[in-house]
Design a protein around this ligand. Sequence first.
Ligand SMILES: [Zn+2]
Length: 352
Amino acid sequence: MRVGIVRDDRYLLHDPGLRRPERPERLVAVYEAVDRDFKGAVVTFKPKLASLEDLALVHTPAYITKVLRTAERAFTHLAPDTPVGSQSYLAASLAAGGSITGLDAMLAGECDVCFALVRPPGHHALPDTAGGFCIFNNPAITARYALSRHALRRILIVDWDAHHGNGIQDVFYAEKEALYFSSHFMGWYPRTGDWEETGSGDGAGYTINLPLPIDIGDNDLAGLYRAILSPVAASFKPELIVVAAGFDGHYLDPVGRLKLTEKCFGELTRTLLDLRDACEEAPVLLVLEGGYDVNALALCVREVLRVLVTGDAGSQQALSLSDTGMKLLEKARGIHRKFGVWEGRREPAVQE
Ligand SMILES: [Zn+2]
């Protein structure tokens, strides 16, 4: 399997100021790990700049103008938690464009899976609002681009960042072309992503939220991903899998503070490869989101790339769920049974 990455030193130009968790050193550590461990093993792509039309697939013209005008100031804020410097608009445009670059490379047959190693992150960005360190919604823009420019019909978006991707959910909430699955701890920003947020209208049942207990372990989380996404993918048959790949669930992370280790993200990646195999080798695009301990972030990205590069598909260990894991699975299944999306429409679709 040919593994692509998207990287560019211009992502380091986004400078949110001192003592900010989302800082350039994150990508420096990731790129060093790539150079140390994967030289020659991955194909590197330079990101294109997202065009105004690309950004407008998700964002309002007024918001895009607001972001571009931050170039006129040395330092300002797009949101209280999202400060930006004069070059941040450039990095943000390259982050959205880099995700699209990864998608285009896969669809052009230049690689089979691709990890866009970009910043700033995107999954909290709403059509007209920045937040949670996010400026443009890189995964949502790329999914929209795949639907409109490549005429794909079904996209599975998986979000394993420790926070809920409220921006992605918001964009696709009433649509059935993109199925959004997120696992997250709900006690923190943005405090969305509850069990009963399941989509609306045509999109009813196409949003699956899995709020996690703070002490969830590697084995339960990996087992839940396998138990939920295997039937969901078999039923939905995605033509593309997009992953909002945040690593702030790592136990060393100062922002996420879950208890996961880097091994868990390797296991989630194995599940992705199995889903890909079951979905006619659908391209898999990972887009970097959170992860704020630079060393833990580099370890997690390395583990994901190791699994991708070695094609290490198929779990080597049994993923039996604990009682807690079983309860979470049963709760999610119970809430989604009425929609028929999850279990192959064996039951009638919900009546509007
Ligand atoms: Zn996060």
